[in-house]
Design a protein around this ligand. Structure first.
Ligand code: P6P
Length: 338
């Protein structure tokens, strides 16, 4: 079978892209390189002194894992080395990271990323991932990146993707012309095209939500969960419940098989738990490009949300379009008592 590596694919598709000067290609290639470095560390995390906590906390107030910090630094280095990025918003950093040298100031893009999402799963060897969103900067080239470069609606993304460090390591991304998946072949150290033109089944039979929070969920979500547990007219069986607790892994499974992932607002997380800039938006871009939908559960498209702060959260309902429509129906028909 003819192998197409990530770099070959990026160059082949470069012509599709309006800013075809190769800038975005270089950016994506550097993300691929950083992903390989992080993958190597993730795969042998149990064997090296990279597990456990650093002893510091990130902006989220979460204990930073050594691998979080390692991954964050590798992607920052990779993006800085691409010469196309003028700044980064990272889950691991409270403020934006500005590349304030001449090469950085001339970068045309900014990147929002979660360098290692689901890192609480590292110690128990559950799949984790990196999520990234790429925007063209709004501030003038030749100057320092500004916060407004990052507070753009998700619909402005020029590219988005994730790396899943799982039973195999894959990079899945879109530049607005479909979704393609690449599997890392460790024997040659290359991401190779393995899942061209990925599409999400419009109907799925898997629902993914942390049912431990059931009592805190909005009425509509409770009703929808019960609906999933009844026999489906078509299959005469209830849906399957699958929840890994790692967004990239739960999303990737649904992308492949069809399904819905929900992280609704709760009393604990009144605006949802997941971060708009570097979790919800990139996944929403990918899911729409694959034929699915992503909303706040009440019909508001994730990609239409205008961020007002770097680490703001949003409720996330994402997956097969028919399933999103159904849960939105329940959310409208069974509103919470005021
Ligand atoms: P909960 C991991 O910490 C994460 O950010 C996502 O990867 C995951 O979907 C979610 O949080 C899990 O949250 O509250 O169900 O443990």
């Amino acid at each position: 079978m003819l192998i197409t590596t990530l770099n070959e694919f990026i160059i082949e598709r470069q012509a599709d892209f309006p800013y075809a000067k190769g800038e975005l290609s270089r950016l994506l290639s550097h993300i691929g390189i950083a992903a390989k470095v992080v993958n190597r560390a993730v795969n042998k995390a149990g064997l090296s002194d990279i597990l456990g906590e650093v002893g510091s906390r990130n902006i989220q107030g979460e204990d930073q894992k050594k691998l979080d910090v390692f991954a964050n630094q590798k992607f920052i280095n990779g993006l800085q080395g691409s010469s196309e990025c003028c700044g980064i918003a990272s889950e691991e950093n409270e403020e934006i990271i500005i590349f304030d040298d001449e090469m950085g100031r001339n970068g045309k893009y900014v990147v929002a990323m979660d360098p290692l999402d689901g890192s609480s799963n590292i110690e128990v060897n559950v799949s984790i991932g990196t999520i990234f969103a790429i925007y063209r900067r709004l501030s003038p080239v030749g100057h320092r990146a500004k916060i407004d470069d990052f507070l753009q609606a998700g619909s402005n993304q020029v590219a988005a993707g994730y790396i899943i460090y799982g039973s195999s390591t894959m990079m899945v991304y879109t530049t607005g012309r479909g979704v393609n998946g690449f599997t890392l072949d460790p024997s040659i150290g290359e991401f190779c095209l393995s899942h061209p033109n990925m599409t999400m089944p419009s109907v799925g039979f898997i629902y993914s939500v942390n049912e431990g929070s059931y009592l805190k969920f909005p009425n509509g979500v409770k009703k929808y969960i019960k609906y999933c547990q009844e026999n489906d007219e078509q299959t005469k069986r209830p849906y399957k419940s699958r929840y890994i607790g790692s967004l990239v892994a739960d999303f990737h499974r649904n992308l492949m098989l069809g399904g819905i992932f929900m992280y609704p607002h709760t009393a604990e997380y009144p605006t949802g738990k997941l971060r708009l800039l570097y979790e919800c938006n990139p996944m929403a871009f990918i899911v729409e490009q694959a034929g699915g939908r992503a909303s706040d559960g009440m019909g508001k498209r994730i990609l239409d949300m205008i961020p007002i702060e770097l680490h703001q959260r949003a409720p996330l309902f994402i997956g097969s379009r028919n399933m999103i429509a159904k849960v939105e129906e329940f959310m409208v028909n069974f509103p919470d008592e005021r």
